[in-house]
Design a protein around this ligand. Structure first.
Ligand SMILES: Cc1cc2nc3c(=O)[nH]c(=O)nc-3n(C[C@H](O)[C@H](O)[C@H](O)COP(=O)(O)OP(=O)(O)OC[C@H]3O[C@@H](n4cnc5c(N)ncnc54)[C@H](O)[C@@H]3O)c2cc1C
Length: 469
């Protein structure tokens, strides 16, 4: 063990010495360059502290040892997956142990009869999806970060994605968990059967809890039979509001597309600057729709084109899979392309679909009033809009305007009957707005649950809930 980069109390030194003695070589890291590299997720503008150490755990037992030791010495622990989070949930807090499960990356079982799998928390989503596909099975939750993010992180944030409009979000596929509690106790929740109602639904208490209630080490995931190859259509609209109105009408029509994504003009420009995909220059917004209903798909997309037309949209169905893949690639590039613009705050409001047009118009108004660029991309079929507030971090006034605009978007989402976060989570980014969304009773219950499971408040303190216990 190398000397820690910062000086900490005797409790921390004793805890780290105890862990160094019991963990395998190289599992405990204190070199400052490594700690710095693990300090933040993809929300670097959220506050982050100086960690005391990083532990790369290889087993549930090692996670249990770390938590038991940290709890005894009252040392904060920040669970980490691949650190692709967009809300600062995996950011270090001062003096913490960063507890990474990335090395727990084994697919333990794929059961083709019961169509269920058991994985360690550090398995990367795309690795798993490809592995089950080899068995003719399908794991639908596909966050755009799927080539990087872990299934444990996906469960801890209840991640969504492009296919969720038809198939549901991560939580809809999580049947059971192995979770290590703050004091090191190993808890197994849920089941692997298709049905089961024994006891409280502890599994879904941990899903979406962002590392504040326990560390997930294994996940039992439901699978589906492989879907049919989807057919893809694209429709260009004069304005984002017209595209959103088409989304509401198409979704009200009764058929579920397997994907329905929106990009506004600024987003198309951002993606085009990164890779030119030939978007028409006059279009104000684009919708990408898919149907995977086999023989019915062509009919589904014909109806999509018809609905688009009634909102001044111009739709075409992709002739070949390569063209369809290029369109999806454009959508998946949004995150990376936006990052290349420099500093931005990633929004994630979700509203009822019937008011999605009001939300995009309201966001445009907020951008004008605060004199900032806001690009909008959406899992439109879910009413889940991602306005990205772009700003120059060197200009204090612009940073302040960006922050005010960011808050105004969340206020608008709540006023329209929505939520401040559809899939990215609260982390530290949205803590203050969570209070608004939950109300006093909801907040009280949240604090009670946190106190019951983590009485010393060591697990990811200051995340999701503002106050330490
Ligand atoms: C380019 C890009 C695109 C993205 N697209 C999407 C998208 O389409 N949909 C979407 O929902 N999100 C998206 N995200 C956000 C992010 O990828 C997801 O939130 C993802 O689920 C985080 O997984 P992770 O392994 O990186 O977790 P981390 O970022 O490491 O952690 C996220 C949170 O979960 C906690 N955590 C992590 N692992 C565990 C564990 N084993 N036990 C307990 N707590 C844990 C952390 O403490 C933290 O609070 C995107 C991010 C990027 C950078």
């Amino acid at each position: 063990m190398h000397a820690p980069s910062h000086t900490y109390g005797t409790g921390t030194a004793a805890a780290l010495a105890a862990l160094a003695a019991q963990l395998p070589p190289h599992a405990l890291v204190t070199e400052s360059d490594v700690l710095d590299a693990h300090r933040t997720d993809h929300a670097p503008f959220c506050p982050s502290g100086s960690p005391a150490a990083l532990v790369r755990a290889h087993s549930t037992e090692e996670v249990s040892l770390v938590l038991r030791t940290a709890d005894e010495h009252r040392i904060p622990v920040v669970p980490q997956g691949a650190r692709t989070g967009l809300a600062g949930g995996a950011n270090a807090v001062d003096g913490c142990i960063l507890l990474s499960v990335e090395r727990m990356d084994r697919i333990l079982e794929i059961d083709t009869t019961d169509q269920v799998a058991v994985v360690e928390a550090g398995v990367v989503n795309a690795v798993f999806s490809r592995a089950v596909a080899e068995h003719g099975l399908f794991y639908p939750p596909d966050p755009s970060s799927w080539e990087m993010s872990t299934l444990g992180g996906n469960a801890a944030t209840n991640a969504g994605g492009l296919c969720c409009v038809k198939y549901g979000v991560t939580g809809d596929f999580v049947r059971g968990l192995t979770v290590v509690l703050a004091d090191g106790t190993v808890l197994r929740t849920g089941r692997r059967t298709a049905k089961g109602v024994a006891g409280y639904d502890l599994t879904h208490l941990f899903v979406g809890s962002e590392g504040t209630l326990g560390v997930i080490t294994e996940v039992v995931l439901a699978l589906r039979p492989a879907a049919q190859t989807p057919l893809t259509a694209v429709a260009f609209f004069p304005t984002p509001a017209e595209a959103c109105a088409a989304v509401a009408d198409y979704m009200a029509d009764g058929t579920r597309p397997s994907l329905l994504e929106l990009m506004d003009r600024p987003t198309m420009d951002v993606v085009s600057a990164y890779r030119d995909l030939g978007f028409p220059p006059e279009a104000g917004a684009v919708l990408i729709a898919q149907s995977d209903r086999g023989d019915q798909a062509a009919e589904d997309l014909k109806r999509f084109a018809h609905v688009a037309q009634t909102h001044r949209g111009d739709a075409v169905v992709a002739d070949d899979p390569a063209e369809a893949e290029m369109l999806l690639e454009a959508r998946r590039l949004v995150g990376i392309a936006t990052q290349s613009l420099g500093a931005y705050l990633a929004e994630d409001v979700c509203v009822p679909r019937r008011v999605l047009a009001d939300l995009v118009d309201g966001v445009a108004d907020i951008a004008r009033r605060h004199r900032v660029l806001i690009t909008c991309v959406a899992h439109a079929g879910d009413g889940n809009l991602h306005p990205h507030v772009i700003f120059d971090p060197a200009r204090t006034d612009e940073v302040e305007r960006a922050q005010r605009a960011f808050g105004a978007v969340m206020d608008l989402g709540l006023a329209l009957g929505g939520t401040i976060t559809g899939e990215h989570g609260v982390g530290v980014l949205k803590r203050d707005w969570l209070t608004k969304e939950l109300g006093p009773a909801g907040l009280r219950v949240h604090h009670s649950i946190k106190r019951a499971l983590d009485p010393h408040g060591i697990l990811n303190p200051g995340k999701v809930l503002a106050d330490r216990v």
